[in-house]
Design a protein around this ligand. Structure first.
Ligand SMILES: CC(C)(COP(=O)(O)OP(=O)(O)OC[C@H]1O[C@@H](n2cnc3c(N)ncnc32)[C@H](O)[C@@H]1OP(=O)(O)O)[C@@H](O)C(=O)NCCC(=O)NCCSC(=O)CCS(=O)O
Ligand SMILES: Cc1cc2nc3c(=O)[nH]c(=O)nc-3n(C[C@H](O)[C@H](O)[C@H](O)COP(=O)(O)OP(=O)(O)OC[C@H]3O[C@@H](n4cnc5c(N)ncnc54)[C@H](O)[C@@H]3O)c2cc1C
Length: 406
């Protein structure tokens, strides 16, 4: 897909920034496992955080496609920088920009554009991963707001993010209303009371962003901080997932960037490494590996671009295209980074080599943001034109509903 002149200019500005500012920091961020506040400041200064925020709120009104162009360039060198750009342009931020009140949008815009915040999206729980709709976190109606109790885990940015979009079951007078999004802004330990950052979950890759448990202990959310998604709580989860499709495209782009970066390293090494008195690039076994890697990366990029440019029924990227893009990009990243490491031989296996980091970084994308299996369910459901319930009694309930309708 051709880029317009403006898009090509944005991509090359992002590339120059990534080469000069991001690449030199990547290894150190991984080694120290610490959140790169210096990079956050530089990314914010360069206008790459909050670029999708409307101009009226201080952003650039950039499209998700624009964001994708930037994210790939960052992730080519550093997956952490790529993921920060995803969460500061998509995910929770996208949901607030689409559904939020004017005050909520202003708050989110000020946090991201002014403070370089990377919002956190709090969906997953220890007993509700793929089966996210089985979450147990409850928001109980109280005077003037809601009180949330529950435990989330694997929350990206736990302890560094300020804005938290918390998914919880809304319960009023003991009756469940559906799943909603509740906004909390963390200013530090104990602020607000009840938003407790739990233990860090030490991860295999993308180590510069903390993944943590987030405990919600009688966290009070005023009515003004409930995200008023269309359809109310009854359609709350679906509406939040509509917005979440953008983050799936973002995650696919980080995977794509890692794969593209690994391919660059593999080509460079194949040209300079000599064995048997000749560059290893002269061996057909290596040439065909490189060719297959390039085919896979180009295919993933085409799919990611198609998804990023798409518009589903509710204005966000199309759910099926987002799922297809993430499946392909994530699996491509796993394969291509491993093949790139293979081309580097023992040097690639060394810890002070970027290949080892890229293999680890690539691994998360078939898991986080909807596993490759769950996303295949979504694609299959679309192909077959059937809802595909995954619970044991799911088909029975479908049959009962059909019988009742006849
Ligand atoms: C959706 C699932 C949780 C399966 O659960 P259910 O079988 O109970 O749900 P469904 O009936 O299929 O869906 C409920 C509701 O949501 C709508 N929906 C579902 N998926 C989408 C979508 N992609 N886009 C738009 N709408 C969607 C569906 O139509 C229903 O709507 P109505 O109620 O009928 O109106 C499960 O399939 C699933 O997706 N699990 C993965 C959970 C997940 O992605 N978690 C991500 C956590 S955040 C994260 O990992 C961040 C990492 S990174 O930075 O990316
Ligand atoms: C690095 C990282 C960052 C993350 N960041 C966040 C975040 O910021 N916010 C957040 O809310 N969550 C986050 N998550 C959590 C992530 O969304 C979940 O890990 C993911 O949804 C899968 O849930 P699970 O790990 O509990 O796996 P499970 O759901 O327990 O799945 C285990 C295995 O069973 C398979 N499986 C499950 N159900 C089915 C089915 N119906 N059909 C076929 N196979 C199935 C899965 O594909 C998987 O292979 C993150 C995870 C990681 C690893």
């Amino acid at each position: 897909m051709e880029l317009t002149e403006r898009e090509a200019a944005l991509k090359s500005r992002a590339r120059a920034f990534a080469e000069a500012v991001v690449a030199p920091r990547a290894a150190e961020i991984d080694r120290t496992e610490s959140y790169p506040w210096d990079l956050v400041a530089a990314l914010r200064e360069a206008g790459f955080l909050g670029m999708t925020i409307p101009e009226a709120l201080g952003g650039r009104a950039a499209s998700y496609f624009d964001a994708v162009l930037v994210i790939e360039e960052m992730a080519r060198h550093c997956a952490v920088a790529g993921r920060i750009c995803v969460e500061a342009n998509m995910g929770a931020l996208g949901a607030v920009m689409a559904y939020g009140t004017e005050d909520q949008k202003r708050l989110a815009a000020d946090l991201v554009l002014g403070e370089g915040d990377k919002p956190a999206i709090c969906i997953t729980e220890p007993e509700a991963g793929s089966a996210a709709t089985e979450m147990r976190t409850r928001a109980e109606r109280r005077q003037g707001g809601w009180v949330i109790n529950g435990r989330k885990h694997w929350i990206t940015g736990g302890g560094v993010s300020k804005l938290h979009l918390i998914f919880a079951r809304a319960v009023e007078n003991g009756v469940e209303q559906g799943i909603g999004g509740f906004i909390a802004v963390r200013r530090g330990e104990g602020d607000p009371p009840g938003l407790v950052i739990g233990p860090r979950q030490h991860a295999m890759g993308v180590r510069g962003i903390p993944e943590t448990v987030v405990e919600l202990r009688d966290l009070f959310i005023p009515d003004t901080m409930v995200l008023p998604s269309p359809g109310g709580f009854r359609r709350g989860f679906g509406a939040l997932m509509d917005a979440y499709n953008a983050q799936r495209v973002g995650a696919a782009t980080v995977a794509l960037g890692i794969a593209a970066g690994a391919l660059d390293h593999a080509i460079a090494y194949a040209r300079r490494r000599e064995q048997f008195g000749r560059p290893i690039a002269e061996f057909q076994g290596i040439q065909w590996m490189l060719a297959d890697m390039a085919v896979a990366v180009d295919a993933a990029r085409a799919m990611v671009h198609r998804a990023a440019r798409s518009r589903g029924p509710n204005g966000f990227p199309d759910p099926v295209l987002a799922a297809k893009a993430k499946i392909l990009a994530a699996e491509t990243a796993v394969k291509v980074t491993n093949d790139a490491l293979q081309i580097w031989g023992s040097a690639g296996y060394a810890r002070d080599n970027p290949m080892e980091r890229m293999v680890r970084d690539a691994r998360m994308f078939t898991i986080a943001g909807g596993t490759a299996q769950i996303l295949r369910n979504l694609v299959a459901s679309d192909l077959l034109g059937m809802k595909l319930p995954q619970t044991r009694d799911g088909w029975l309930r479908v049959a009962e509903r059909r019988a009742a309708a006849e």
